[in-house]
Ligand binder design. Structure first.
Ligand code: FSA
Length: 406
């Protein structure tokens, strides 16, 4: 038992009610901390939060076994009665398409190697797929040509209904006495402040922008009729590394969420001789080139839907670090200010467990896990080992907007 420097009644202020903020509030409240306040600019989920999304991938294959372990813990939690209403264990098909860049193929090999013989994963969870026929054997609802597709199918994975899971976490926090303040009202005198504002961290804490770069990825949806949705039900998350990924239709709405894969878009701005990427919350529009990727993904996998309009297009902002490690540490030269940032586009699955990591740092008064420390020397990088393509600035690409919103 590690002794804690944090008293149960100390006033902890959590700024930002996304996955990191809510998970932190939940873990603290569950462990008896009784003076927790969460503030956010908007009522939840904040429309600009990355977690305000229909669904997010849950998978444990990582190039780095440290995160494999954490994701496996998270998957176990998602399957417990506390969380299971929000988890769908559909499995995860990870592939490349014909002419995919070598980097995409290498990434898949590394992912597969990291997980295929893992002792914590039920035997028989993985099957290699070498062509479209193999894929159709495991995922019969994919009727497209998928020419040159190969990769593997992971049955020990799935997705979560993200925005709904955030609302649920908020509700559980409220039950445990966590206070929520939205908008600009309310004042509090915290002894500890935890900044959990996702990709927006650079706007609150400019000194972090050498480590965290705000980058965005495009999201769109297609509307299925009840019959069409029934035909796609149970489809695993399909992630084609060089095109994009999609999920089974949403139970309530029949919407399929799709996202384009790529290196991400920055929004670099300059002030006082310094430049940094900061998010712009675009709720209607996506880069045209990503729209093409998504259209190809639909054509390859479910061509019967290729005439459908892309709806509710937006770009989702993440905070990227050069090595995809999160940052969970006290900000140097401040008193009681902890930052949780650098989600690097792979954090939502950790909702059930992330708050525990933050709680430990708060209780110890320091971060003892090297990889999560604040790094003065690191420069945020554009070359991320598991992503394909080149980073571009969002101002340099043409956007296409939705004709109809859903
Ligand atoms: O943990 C996951 O597999 C989430 S990946 C989703 C994604 O859109 C990435 O494909 C993208 O590269 C970026 O990291 C944002 O998140």
């Amino acid at each position: 038992m590690v002794s804690s420097i944090l008293a149960k009644d100390q006033n902890v202020l959590i700024v930002g009610a996304g996955l990191f903020g809510l998970s932190t509030a939940l873990h603290l409240a569950q462990d008896g901390y009784n003076n927790i306040t969460v503030i956010d600019k908007e009522s939840l989920p904040n429309s600009c939060s990355a977690g305000n999304d229909l669904n997010k991938i849950v998978r444990a294959e990582y190039e780095d076994p440290f995160y494999t372990g954490l994701a496996l813990n998270a998957i176990q939690e998602w399957q417990t009665p506390f969380w299971s209403a929000y988890y769908r264990s559909t499995g995860y098909l990870l592939t490349t398409s014909l002419n995919a860049p070598q980097k995409a193929c290498d990434t898949i090999k590394k992912s597969f190697a990291s997980i295929k013989d893992h002792p914590s994963i039920p035997p028989g969870s993985f099957s290699a797929v070498d062509n479209a026929n193999d894929i159709k054997e495991y995922v019969p609802m994919l009727v497209g040509k998928m020419e040159g597709w190969s990769g593997y199918f992971n049955r020990y994975a799935g997705y979560v209904r993200a925005a709904k899971a955030l609302k649920y976490t908020e509700m559980m926090c409220l039950k445990l006495g966590v206070k929520f303040v939205t908008g600009d009202n309310g004042s509090t005198k915290p002894t500890h402040t935890v900044l959990c504002v996702g990709a927006y961290i650079g706007t609150l804490l400019p000194s972090i922008t050498t480590q965290v770069i705000a980058k965005s990825w495009a999201v769109a949806h297609i509307q299925l009729s009840p019959n069409e949705a029934a035909g796609m039900k149970g489809c695993p998350v399909v992630n084609c590394r060089d095109l994009g990924f999609f999920f089974e239709p949403d139970d309530d709405t029949g919407l399929i969420k799709l996202s384009a894969n790529g290196a991400g878009y920055t929004n670099t701005v300059s002030a006082a001789g310094k430049s940094a990427s900061v998010p712009i919350c675009v709720n209607d529009g996506m880069p045209k080139e990503d729209e093409e990727l998504i259209r190809r993904l639909i054509q390859e996998t479910m061509p019967q839907f290729s005439g459908k309009e892309l709806l509710n297009k937006f770009i989702c902002w993440c905070g990227d670090t050069s090595d995809s490690n999160y940052i969970i540490d006290f900000v140097p030269d401040t008193e009681g200010l902890l930052v949780v940032a650098g989600d690097s586009g792979h954090a939502f699955k950790m909702l059930p467990v992330a708050g525990k990591w933050v709680e430990r740092a708060l209780e110890k008064g320091r971060q003892s896990i090297e990889r999560w420390k604040w790094k003065n020397t690191t420069k945020g990088s554009h070359e991320i080992s598991w992503r394909v393509g080149k980073v571009k600035d969002i101002k340099d690409v043409e956007l296409s907007t939705s004709k109809g919103q859903v």
